[in-house]
Design a protein around this ligand. Structure first.
Ligand SMILES: C[S@@+](CC[C@H](N)C(=O)[O-])C[C@H]1O[C@@H](n2cnc3c(N)ncnc32)[C@H](O)[C@@H]1O
Length: 531
């Protein structure tokens, strides 16, 4: 028999939000809700094992699109390599002219937007500290360019360490619970720069007998290992945040959740960047809830190398362990020696393993495969302009060497899906029939791959379903005008497409940054549909 969380009596009911707590009566449940369960009610449990450390499992069956939790960052700040940003409001700083300097904080000299940003939280604490030690930001006018500036790597660790002074209990809990892999990071030499620049900077501002080199490097490693990006291009914001619940979710290359950050207006000077996590697919009670720490639309070798470098673990998820990437062939090449077979990795668990042709057994080194990919990526970024004709040419020219579902080609196809029907010279009213059919085929091809590697209500998949339905509507209208289909059937099909478009819109605008763009896309297809 389970006991009531409030009075310890025999429990007869459980909280339907999380399934984690039990009560004897409605009165006890209401009392507990008011007493804090409102904030703690989350439909998952935190578990721990040797391989993952802490991880989360669903405590009840979850539908796709269920919100798991929302939270604000305990600390946020510039990324380790950041373009010049205002330390007050965090917006990107743009120079008015080549020679002009940014506005400088009157006390610490860090670049800001204006005087108004001087007193904003969290800049105020670091500014007080720097002013008290007479520290002035050394960025020179001419080197404060739009390029990444390593000096910003000083600020986020400083803010995190200030937490030790302001909220010591919270800081100690974070230090004892979060994984940092600090020793591996130090041993690899990747923290040498921090030893020479960050440590002396912090120790100039904070007591070095308490803020030792190891503590400073551990705090930095905690940020590197656990932070999420706060990326709001329309607001000009690119930074990192430490979200204490979000970080517990472990990684999978086919995750079952997605997350986004929205800006919440507040009366105070505190900026609130709110993280939301939600399921993208149905998740059964007891199943692990997973997120991604990398780009799910990159190849296995790229994802695994990125995870090893940034989060210090070797991913052994189902997708990584299958050379065919769940039968999508998302990392596969075509054999140039027999011009027939597919080249796949011989051992997915080893990033340096050889690759071999399934048909003629030709062997390729890992460097050859990585080199091929880099060459095509560079070709795509530099010589191929972002125009449908040149992207189509790229697909044709590379088809002898790379599989049509390789994720680099899927990236190109995704761009084409968004371009056809939407950009100048290719709007639906001027799109020839063959290109409309091409768009339909491309959308189906890309969707097929996303169904395996990026399933459910992910933004990229929702974008493709949106485009596929737009193209379907135009196709239907064209056929109707040529009397190739029955009017009632066509109207019914168009209604169905509009419904799916609206569903995609509803999912995509949950991330409020998308709203303006999505409104325009919706308006465009509504106009096209009823013309
Ligand atoms: C953001 S933390 C995740 C929460 C962490 N397990 C904890 O207890 O605080 C990231 C770390 O979790 C571990 N981890 C997460 N996903 C993993 C996976 N799929 N395989 C192995 N380790 C993983 C790695 O040690 C990684 O550096």
């Amino acid at each position: 028999m389970t006991n009531c969380k409030v009075c310890n009596g025999d429990a007869k009911q459980k909280c339907s939000g999380c399934f984690n707590v039990f009560y004897c009566s409605r009165n006890c449940q209401v009392a507990d809700w008011k007493n804090g369960h409102k904030n703690d009610c989350k439909p998952f449990e935190v578990k721990r094992n040797k391989k993952l450390g802490r991880y989360t499992i669903a405590s009840r069956d979850l539908k796709a699109g269920e919100i798991l939790f929302r939270e604000v960052a305990v600390v946020h700040g510039p990324k380790m390599l950041s373009n010049p940003i205002c330390l007050g409001c965090h917006k990107a700083l743009v120079k008015k002219s080549q020679k002009a300097d940014f506005y400088r904080c009157s006390r610490c000299s860090w670049p800001l937007c204006s005087k108004q940003c001087e007193r904003l939280d969290p800049h105020i604490d670091e500014c007080n500290l720097m002013a008290s030690k007479n520290y002035k930001c050394p960025i020179k006018v001419n080197c404060a360019s739009q390029q990444s500036d390593a000096i910003y790597c000083l600020i986020f660790p400083l803010r995190f360490l200030i937490l030790k002074l302001k909220q010591p209990k919270v800081f100690e809990k974070i230090l004892s619970e979060l994984e940092s892999h600090v020793d591996e990071r130090i041993a690899s030499g990747s923290y040498d720069h921090h030893k020479h620049h960050l440590v002396p900077f912090i120790q100039k501002l904070l007591d070095p007998t308490i803020f030792t080199e190891h503590l400073i490097l551990t705090a930095t490693a905690i940020l590197d290992n656990n932070c999420f990006e706060i990326s709001m291009p329309l607001r000009g914001i690119e930074m990192g945040g430490l979200f204490l619940i979000s970080l517990i979710l472990c990684h999978d290359c086919v995750p079952n959740t997605k997350h986004y950050v929205n800006y919440i207006e507040s009366d105070s000077d505190i900026q609130r960047y709110q993280m939301t996590f939600e399921t993208t697919v149905p998740v059964k009670k007891g199943e692990q809830l997973t997120t991604t720490y990398t780009d799910t639309l990159k190849t296995t070798l790229e994802r695994r190398k990125h995870l090893k470098q940034t989060k210090i673990f070797d991913c052994d998820c189902k997708r990584c362990m299958d050379a065919s990437e769940l039968s999508t062939y998302g990392s596969s090449w075509r054999c140039q020696r027999c011009s027939d077979g597919l080249i796949l990795s011989t051992n997915s668990f080893n990033n340096n393993s050889e690759w071999h042709c399934e048909s003629c057994d030709a062997v390729y080194s890992c460097e050859e495969i990585s080199g091929k990919l880099s060459r095509l990526q560079i070709q795509l970024r530099t010589s191929v302009n972002r125009h449908p004709e040149s992207l189509e040419k790229f697909i044709v020219q590379t088809s002898g060497e790379i599989h049509g579902n390789h994720l680099l080609i899927i990236e190109v196809k995704y761009m084409l899906c968004l371009m056809y029907g939407n950009i100048g010279g290719y709007h639906y009213k001027e799109l020839p029939e063959n290109l409309l059919q091409r768009k339909l085929d491309l959308c189906k091809n890309v969707l097929d791959i996303y169904n395996s590697v990026d399933p459910g209500q992910t933004n990229s998949r929702m974008n493709i379903i949106f485009e596929l339905n737009c193209a379907n509507i135009i196709d239907m209208k064209n056929k109707l005008s040529k009397n190739l289909i029955n009017k009632n059937n066509a109207m019914h099909a168009i209604d169905q497409c509009l419904k799916q478009i609206k569903d995609c819109y509803d999912v995509l605008v949950l991330e409020t940054e998308n709203k303006g763009i999505m409104d325009k896309r919706l308006e465009r297809i509504m106009n096209e549909s009823f013309m």
